[in-house]
Ligand binder design. Structure first.
Ligand SMILES: CC(C)(COP(=O)(O)OP(=O)(O)OC[C@H]1O[C@@H](n2cnc3c(N)ncnc32)[C@H](O)[C@@H]1OP(=O)(O)O)[C@@H](O)C(=O)NCCC(=O)NCCS
Length: 382
């Protein structure tokens, strides 16, 4: 019996294979391992585009002209700063997990956003620019504050990716480091109806505002089944310690029935097409920084997991992303916020798409509890 009618319907647990709407944002072909943003292949975007351009593409549906991109970049750069009230909130939660601090600070930003209740597309795009530009500032500022340093003022001459590294570490990154983060953000920018984007759509479908939808998404991203995988992968690599130990270690984990983080995906049945770009960056950075060991451990884990490929469990984007972050000195608990920085344009794009033709997202549950119980007044209960 469903909660509201007596008709029996099949239950789609986890909404597996349920199509909830149409989208023009991205195509994920899980059988072929193909990913397109607005029709453009992820490999072309990872090799040739920038995070700023991909953000424009996702929201506007086409690649920008040079002047459109210049204007868009200028708007993103101008929006990087945080109001004092948000910095104050970050100081209050300085000991919190960076994802909790991010969620709290984004929520606080709603209080000072001049467009918070304006639901026009123009206002939502302005808010989208602010949220995309302010998220890396929040993550970096929280990290600086918790280690007893002051936040670093954004540098308008740096890209969003380079500026993030600069405001996190207080030193301008070299071009390879900045490009590795730029590519990482491009790869994370959009991915269909994943749990956090779905959460954003559910909230948006009630006609709550954009900040509320993004706060829902950040909450959903935090878990190890979604955004937490990269952090878990690097912990695993550290536990393994040496490439030669990977095979036996993974065999033992699998015997215990443990899932290996960074493998498997609800949609991909073959290797996640985003993984190769992070694999290349992890190898290059490891060699450049004189730390090739991590890449060798990850390769050995991937080798040990290869028998699962025939069951559709292959490496996903987060497997090598953790090594890239680690090599760039990003603290492990900032790995999930990195995903949030990258996914922000996708969340916003999905919310805008939801509002183009909104319908309340409200599925049913199959009631499996008791029926017709007699209510016993409190004084007669033992
Ligand atoms: C992402 C994830 C939640 C998808 O879950 P899912 O859609 O239920 O997974 P599937 O239906 O493809 O799983 C098929 C089988 O492979 C197993 N499997 C899936 N991922 C696995 C993993 N990472 N390690 C070991 N076994 C795994 C499942 O347990 C299942 O086994 P069963 O048939 O014996 O029950 C899951 O793969 C996972 O937890 N991966 C690790 C976390 C991670 O990397 N997340 C980031 C995703 S980008």
């Amino acid at each position: 019996m469903t909660e509201s009618t007596a008709t029996h319907q099949p239950i789609a647990r986890g909404l597996r294979n349920v199509i909830i709407d149409k989208t023009a944002l991205c195509l994920i072909d899980g059988q072929a391992g193909r990913l397109l943003y607005r029709g453009y292949d992820i490999h072309d975007l990872a090799e040739q585009s920038t995070f700023e351009e991909v953000t424009y593409l996702l929201w506007h549906g086409h690649l920008p002209s040079p002047s459109q991109l210049e204007q868009f970049n200028a708007a993103l750069v101008a929006a990087r700063g945080l109001p004092d009230s948000a910095i104050e909130v970050i100081r209050q939660v300085r000991t919190a997990h960076p994802m909790d601090a991010l969620r709290t600070a984004v929520s606080a930003l709603a209080a000072s956003d001049p467009d918070v209740n304006d639901m026009s597309t123009e206002a939502n795009l302005r808010k989208g620019i602010r949220l995309t530009a302010q998220t890396p500032t929040i993550v970096a500022a929280h990290h600086r504050i918790r280690i007893g340093e002051e936040p670093v003022a954004p540098d308008p001459d740096l890209s969003l990716a380079a500026n993030f590294l600069y405001t996190l570490h207080g030193q301008r990154p070299d071009p390879e480091a900045a490009r590795a983060i730029d590519v990482d953000l491009i790869l994370h920018a959009e991915h269909g109806s994943n749990a956090s984007s779905f959460a954003a759509r559910v909230t948006a479908s009630t006609l709550a505002d954009l900040h509320a939808a993004v706060v829902s998404a950040i909450g959903a991203l935090k878990g190890p089944r979604h955004g937490g995988a990269a952090e878990a992968v690097m912990k695993l690599a550290q536990e393994i310690g040496e490439p030669e130990r990977a095979k036996a270690f993974i065999a033992q984990k699998r015997e215990q029935g443990d899932k290996i983080m960074g493998f498997g995906h609800r949609v991909y049945r073959v290797e996640d097409p985003r993984a190769r770009h992070m694999r290349d960056r992890a190898r290059e950075l490891g060699e450049k920084l004189g730390q090739p060991k991590w890449f060798r451990i990850l390769t050995a884990i991937q080798e040990a997991m290869s028998p699962l490929a025939e069951r559709g469990v292959s490496v996903n984007v987060d497997f090598y992303a953790g090594a890239v972050y680690y090599l760039l000195g990003i603290p492990e608990d900032v790995f999930v916020p990195m995903f949030a920085i990258g996914r922000m344009p996708g969340w916003i794009g999905q919310v805008l798409e939801q509002w183009e033709d909104n319908t309340l997202i409200r599925p049913l549950l199959d009631y499996a509890g008791p029926d017709n119980l007699e209510y016993v007044p409190l004084e007669r209960r033992v």
